[in-house]
Every structure is written in structure tokens, then in C-alpha cells.
Write a protein that binds this ligand. Structure first.
Ligand SMILES: O=C(O)c1ccc[n+]([C@@H]2O[C@H](COP(=O)([O-])O)[C@@H](O)[C@H]2O)c1
Ligand SMILES: Cc1cc2nc[nH]c2cc1C
Length: 341
């Protein structure tokens, strides 16, 4: 299947650059803000671009079978418990999203735990319970990567049909930094030791276990890493496939996305394989401490907006980049011109 990805408007980008050069400031003095302003103009096909009033974070919650192999500093049960925290509005991303007026929606994509007490809409997009331990078995069954990917596309449609103008994919899943590392290593042909980081805070022995798990997973997957859906099936998870679908659909609809940390970075790398060109609609909100995110972003040609040493996930880094984007738009829309001095 091929996906139609619209081209950002290069004429609007050029017109934005021209306008930026004429603003009452030394040429280029607003640095990255100028590039972001021009990027938004290209995305919206308008100079200045529209305000980013309706920002949505969607937290894809799900478990990963590798969590049972000592690869995380925390137990699997945290994933389900955190779903209730998102719903209570007291997670890190809830608090940070409130600062910028963004909405947070949490969805149980593949939590391996009892969530029968949470509202039905949280479970409406559930694909399965957990995902296979990738060092020993495939993460997903036949056709399941495709189903999870389509689920992510449908989730993006729901957000966009109800007026979202900027999407942020969040993630919650104990063990998911191991899966992200495996996806990035598989997609880019890198050795496990290069991509594995400390995730929630494992010690050196924990990191060594992660390297062993990722190396075993890569050996098991073999040549299947060269096809993105096979890669998701062998080394991914329902959340990884759903996030990839969410990213592709936003690009198909020409709506900007702010990627968050390592999990959305890995999903984006696979999503770009599925839909080449989709990366033109994505910005990297922040630099995570995980090495695989750095590899993924470099391969995608994306430079993080913020670098705060964050490693929380949830969409927490990306939401903090929203004011920077709004500032980029504001200077372009509001500054006077050098010619009037
Ligand atoms: O986004 C990141 O860069 C990031 C880095 C480290 C940890 N996390 C979060 O922590 C969980 C995964 O960490 P771990 O150690 O269990 O693989 C998962 O819920 C992520 O959202 C997220
Ligand atoms: C408490 C907690 C919150 C999280 N949010 C994202 N990953 C997380 C991991 C833990 C352990």
C-alpha cells in the first residue's frame, strides 16, 4: 500500500524567509526560531501561519514482553497504573500540557493488566494484551502490525476531524526503550551496543542485559528488518505500529507533528520507511538521553528543538516545545519591518 503525502508549500517557505529577513532585527538573529517560522508557513501554505491553538497529546499505552527480562528499572505493572494517573490528570505530561493549553488523551493500545475500571473510550482502540518478548518471539502476530498501524491512523483521524492543529504522540510502556533500540538498530543496521541506553534508569548490569536482549532480537529477526511491517512484527509492539500509523496519517493530512522522545523517534523512523516523505510534516520536540533517539533523528534529518536531558516520555518533552513554535509564529506575524526604521 502506498500513502499520498502532500508536499509542504515551498513558495510559502520562501515568502516567509523574505519577510523574516525584512523584520526589525539583524539578519538571521532569531536563529532556529526563523527556520521554525518558515517551516510552519510551508506546512500551512500561509504567511504568517495560523495560530497553533488546538494541540493534542495522545498517549499510546501498552506493554512489551521484554519487560520481564530485567531491562527496566520498574515493573510492568507501572504501565496500567500510569493509565489511571493520566486519567486523574496528575502525570508529568498532564501538568506540562496544562501549561500550554494542550489536551491529553490516553489510550490503552496493548496494556497487559486489568483496566476494566477505566472509561470504555480509553479501551476503544485496544489491539491486544502486551506484545511478545522480542528476543524470543515475534512482538506481533501475522497482520497484527497492519491492524495496529491502521488503528493509529484512525486515532489521528479522530483528532484531526475534531479540529486538532498540532499532534504529539506520547508513550507509556515499561520496557519500551528496549523495543525502540531494537527498531532503530534493525532499521539502520546498527549494533545493539550502540543504540541501547539506560531507559528509566537501569544500572550497568541492566544495560548489559538490554544489549543482550536487543542483539538476540536482531539475530532472530534476520533479514525481516528490511521490510517495515515485518520489522514491526518481529521487533516492535502494538504501540510502535499504532504510533507509526498515527504519524503517517498526520502527514497524509498535512498536519504538523511534534515528535517526543525515543519511542516516537523509533516509530517515526519506521513510519518514514512505510511512507517516504512523511518526515516533512514532523519536527523533533526535544533530545532524549537515549542514544537510539539520536540515531533515529539523524537518519530522519530532524534536529531537536529542546535539549533538557529529559527521559520521561509521555509526550512531556514535545509539549514543552509548543511555546517555541508559537513564538516562531508570533515574531513573524507581529514584528515590524527594518524598512520603517
Ligand atoms: O522518551 C524517552 O526518551 C524515554 C526515555 C526513558 C524512559 N522513557 C519512559 O520510560 C518507559 C520506558 O523505559 P524502560 O526503562 O522501561 O524501557 C516508558 O514508559 C517511556 O515513556 C522515555
Ligand atoms: C512512574 C513512571 C512514569 C512514567 N511515565 C513514562 N514512563 C514512566 C515510567 C515510570 C516508572
Amino acid at each position: 500500500m502506498t500513502f499520498e503525502i502532500p508536499e509542504p508549500d515551498e513558495r510559502a517557505r520562501s515568502a516567509a524567509r523574505e519577510r523574516l529577513d525584512g523584520l526589525v532585527k539583524p539578519l538571521g538573529s532569531l536563529g532556529r526560531l526563523e527556520e521554525l517560522a518558515a517551516w510552519l508557513c510551508a506546512a500551512h501554505g500561509a504567511v504568517p501561519p495560523r495560530p497553533l491553538d488546538d494541540v493534542r497529546v495522545v498517549v499510546f499505552a501498552g506493554d512489551h514482553g521484554v519487560a520481564a527480562s530485567g531491562v527496566s528499572a520498574y515493573p510492568r505493572e507501572i504501565t496500567a497504573a500510569m493509565v489511571r494517573v493520566f486519567l486523574a490528570g496528575t502525570s508529568g505530561v498532564n501538568v506540562l500540557a496544562e501549561q500550554v493549553g494542550a489536551r491529553v488523551r490516553v489510550l490503552d493500545i496493548a496494556v497487559d493488566g486489568d483496566l476494566s475500571d477505566v472509561p470504555a473510550e480509553v479501551r476503544a482502540h485496544r489491539v491486544r494484551a502486551g506484545s511478545g518478548a522480542i528476543d524470543r518471539s515475534d512482538a506481533l502476530g501475522p497482520d497484527e502490525a497492519r491492524r495496529a498501524f491502521d488503528t493509529g491512523r484512525a486515532i489521528a483521524d479522530e483528532e484531526l476531524d475534531s479540529g486538532a492543529d498540532l499532534l504529539i504522540p506520547g508513550d507509556m510502556g515499561i520496557g519500551n526503550t528496549t523495543v525502540a533500540a531494537a527498531l532503530v538498530a534493525g532499521a539502520l543496521g546498527l549494533p545493539a551496543d550502540d543504540v541501547v541506553g539506560t531507559g528509566t534508569g537501569v544500572d550497568e548490569a541492566g544495560r548489559a542485559r538490554k544489549v543482550t536482549v536487543v542483539a538476540a532480537a536482531l539475530a532472530r529477526a534476520g533479514a525481516r528488518v528490511s521490510d517495515p511491517f515485518d520489522l514491526l512484527t518481529a521487533l516492535g509492539s502494538a504501540c510502535a505500529a499504532a504510533t507509526a500509523g498515527f504519524l503517517v496519517r498526520s502527514a497524509e493530512r498535512g498536519v504538523p507533528v511534534l515528535l517526543d522522545g525515543v519511542f516516537s523517534g523509533a516509530a517515526a523512523l519506521v513510519a518514514r520507511e512505510i511512507a517516504p516523505g512523511a518526515q516533512r510534516w514532523w519536527l523533533a520536540g526535544h533530545r532524549s538521553t537515549e542514544p537510539s533517539q539520536a540515531y533515529a533523528l539523524k537518519a530522519l534529518g530532524l534536529e531537536p528543538i529542546l535539549d533538557l536531558g529529559l527521559r520521561l516520555g509521555e509526550g512531556s518533552g514535545a509539549v514543552q516545545a509548543v511555546p517555541v513554535l508559537r513564538n516562531a509564529r508570533a515574531v513573524l506575524a507581529g514584528m515590524g519591518s527594518l524598512a520603517d526604521l
